[in-house]
Design a protein around this ligand. Structure first.
Ligand code: SF4
Ligand code: FES
Length: 250
């Protein structure tokens, strides 16, 4: 495959960015999108040019590190697919492909296609955990969990924290991410004692980080590589309202 790439290049967080055009040839259709970028980078390095900076880690769809907007869609628009699992066979030979970083005030661009997603870390630090006393491992059967609850919690736990939901949202809302993180522990007995305080703290941290609010367009659900349901946002809103009514979240 021969491709024309229009790639966002930005020296650092403070310099203005611009699109650069690269022609690349003989791309194998079974390469992943990131492997295609590796080939482009090898060509750039061979020419003595600066390689394109982009994030990746596991390259198997589980870590949430890869983060490219491809032809205007975070992760490239293949349903339930991270950009590291997106293959070049989904593109036409001779295509022009535009590649940009996540765009959101709370995710500032650091270099080229790499953004700072530490705002997500702060939200998790605010309440995406359960407090446990160390000691002996409890008997697995001592705390029964209803199957419907365990399955719902596992659905929420699939969120890999990639940020595509923010990148696609016209409000740069992080509510799908936060809703998933509120739910995956709050649904389980281990998370229930702290769930009211945690939803208040996570939503407060989300707002302070500069994410927008949800206006239920559903774009987040459409691009989420783990197909996290919009219903989790409704669930978080109920938890948040209940915590407010209780006064202090305890
Ligand atoms: S909800 Fe989906 S799109 Fe948003 S961070 Fe989690 S996995 Fe990524
Ligand atoms: S590199 Fe880990 S999910 Fe894509």
């Amino acid at each position: 495959m021969n491709l024309t790439l229009k790639v966002w290049r930005q020296k650092n967080a403070t310099s203005p960015g611009r699109f650069e055009t690269y022609e690349t040839k003989d791309i194998i259709p079974d390469m992943s999108f990131l492997e295609m970028l590796d080939v482009v980078n090898e060509e750039l390095i061979a020419r003595g040019e600066e390689p394109i900076a982009f994030d990746s880690d596991c390259r198997e769809g589980i870590c949430g590190t890869c983060s490219l907007v491809i032809n205007g869609i975070p992760h490239g628009g293949q349903k339930g697919t991270t950009v590291c699992q997106l293959h070049m066979r989904h593109f036409e030979d001779g295509a022009t492909i535009t590649i940009e970083p996540w765009r959101a005030k709370a995710f500032p661009v650091m270099k080229d296609l790499v953004v700072d997603r530490s705002a997500f870390d702060r939200i998790i630090q605010a309440g995406g955990f359960i407090s446990v006393n160390t000691g002996g491992t409890p008997d697995a059967n001592s705390l029964p969990v209803a199957k419907t609850d365990s399955e719902l919690a596992m659905d929420a736990a699939q969120c890999i924290g990639c940020g595509a939901c923010v990148a696609v949202c016209k409000n740069a809302s992080a509510m799908l991410f936060v809703a998933a993180k509120v739910s995956h522990l709050g649904i389980l007995p281990q998370g229930k004692p702290e769930k009211a305080r945690h939803v208040l703290d996570m939503v407060k941290t989300m707002d302070e980080a500069g994410f927008g609010n949800c206006t239920v367009t559903g774009s987040c659900e459409a691009v989420c590589p783990k197909e996290i349901s919009l219903a989790f946002i409704a669930r978080m809103n109920r938890e948040f309202g209940a915590a407010i009514l209780r006064g202090n979240g305890d």
